[in-house]
Design a protein around this ligand. Structure first.
Ligand code: EPZ
Length: 431
């Protein structure tokens, strides 16, 4: 298995191009199931998760074609993908496929809306928490679906005549269940109202794409979304929005090492809460037309308190990376995780590098240390892996991050992007 080796190498400087967002690209690809016409996506990040989802969608009859040059040939820009589901050949999503990627459960929405039925394996637990699917089932029931769970599978059936518009108030904000309800309601008859909907930029991106495909969605980006159902959707071309988590991650890298880096193509409005926290740590954040400049020249990292929350709050997907930054702060910081119950798996590994972190329930107390020292570490999810890379950027000696496949799921060409701004980071193949 590949490993990534990082050695502390001083401040970073230069430019890092920001890729398209993984968490928008995945539901956008799934939206291709809603029409028999081609859906063209541009700025698709080249990630292992995108490739896995292509295989999963192929099982349902989606042809995908990657146009243009491969990543290595076209610099750091994303690629263009054309997806077409002329015919849905299978409405079953088996366990072998769904267990590889939780987001593949989301095919339940478009399959049910287009074909009137779907049989999708329950995704099971994952490293960051139990992650149930009750909200998906309840919101689809609000559209008239008959749903039962049997033998590890969710069997969903639309009423004769198809899904019907309805109203649903999410008891808890869910990004995935909002995506699914949006897709399903787009092809339902009548009007659907989604209350306490997720406001994440990726939900807005998916709604914009669905509208380009002929859907009638309004209110996306607020907590009440209205969908006027249509009888069919058509093809469209849509550019995936920039990855706010990749942006915040590289910003944390620069805040950690010091230096001056332009995050090209980044959009500050997608991660205001995280940029505010960075400024409070003493990092300079300058938003420009072409991206965001992050700089820290000398001075200590100020301690801060962070609470994760649904958008527009501080994203849980940046929690591990910012905690890593705070391990070197000049004082005591607190990080409270409110989205997932088990997303502190990186703490033990950061401790192996010399971090001083105590956990009490959902809150971590981080007492800054002067020095981190390199060690072999491993992590259980992609954001946690990245927190170890960030620590490795300033640790003495060598930090070896194992289970690199986690990073490949969500960070495009990580080593290339970081070495281009002066980091000492390399991938070591298994043989
Ligand atoms: C999305 O996951 C993201 N994944 C996650 O990013 C992200 O951490 C999460 O949203 C929160 O922002 C993708 O977009 C592919 P949720 P999702 O449903 O949709 C509970 C990463 O690192 N819940 O908003 O699965 C759930 O357990 C990943 O890129 C229920 O209780 O998250 C959690 O506590 C990891 N019942 C909370 O809601 C349900 O039916 C929010 O989860 C559904 C969710």
């Amino acid at each position: 298995m590949d490993r990534i080796v990082v050695r502390g190498n001083g401040p970073l400087s230069g430019t890092i191009p920001i890729s398209g967002a993984k968490n928008a690209a995945l539901p956008l690809m799934i939206a291709s199931l809603l029409t028999d016409e081609p859906l063209e996506l541009t700025n698709v990040p080249r990630l292992a998760d995108v490739v896995s989802l292509e295989a999963i969608l192929a099982n349902h009859g989606v042809d995908s074609l990657i146009k243009g040059k491969r990543f290595g040939e076209s610099g750091m820009s994303g690629r263009t993908m054309q997806l077409q589901a002329k015919e849905i050949v299978d409405t079953n999503a088996p366990y072998e496929l769904v267990r590889k990627m939780r987001a593949s459960f989301w095919v339940i929405g478009p399959l049910l809306a287009r074909c009137g039925e779907a049989r999708v394996s329950l995704p099971g637990g994952c490293a960051i928490g139990t992650r149930p699917v009750d909200l998906f089932l309840e919101s689809l029931r609000a559209l008239g679906a008959q749903i039962d769970v049997d033998g590890g599978y969710v069997n969903a059936k639309a009423p004769s005549g198809g899904l019907k518009g309805g109203s649903y108030t999410f008891p808890k904000v869910s990004v995935g269940a909002t995506h699914v309800m949006l897709m399903a309601a787009s092809l339902a008859s009548g009007t659907t109202t989604i209350k306490n909907a997720a406001r994440e930029p990726e939900v807005v991106d998916v709604a914009d794409c669905l509208n380009a495909m002929g859907a009638k969605i309004s209110g996306h980006g607020t907590s009440t979304i209205t969908v006027e159902g249509v009888t069919s959707l058509k093809g469209a071309s849509h550019a995936v929005l920039p990855d706010r988590i990749e942006t915040g991650t590289f910003a944390a890298c620069v805040a950690m090492t010091g230096g001056d880096v332009m995050l090209k193509g980044a959009d500050g409005s997608l991660l205001r809460a995280a940029l505010d926290v960075l400024e409070r740590t003493g990092t300079t954040v300058e938003e420009t037309e072409g991206g965001i400049r992050i700089a820290r020249n000398g001075g200590v990292i100020q301690p801060v308190d962070i609470v994760t929350d649904p958008f527009p709050g501080f994203p849980t997907d940046l929690q591990a990376q910012f905690m890593s930054l705070l391990t070197r702060a000049d004082g005591v910081s607190h990080v409270k995780e409110t989205i997932f119950e088990n997303r502190f798996m990186h703490v033990q590994e950061l401790a192996r590098l010399g971090a001083n972190i105590a956990i009490d329930g959902q809150t971590a107390t981080i007492t800054g240390v002067n020095r981190l020292s390199g060690a072999p570490v491993m992590a259980t999810d992609l954001r946690a892996s990245m927190s170890l890379v960030i620590a490795g950027l300033v640790a003495d000696g060598e930090t070896e991050v194992n289970r690199v496949y986690h990073l490949d799921r969500g960070f495009e060409k990580l080593e290339e992007k970081l070495s281009a701004v002066g980091a000492d980071i390399e991938r070591i193949g298994s043989d």
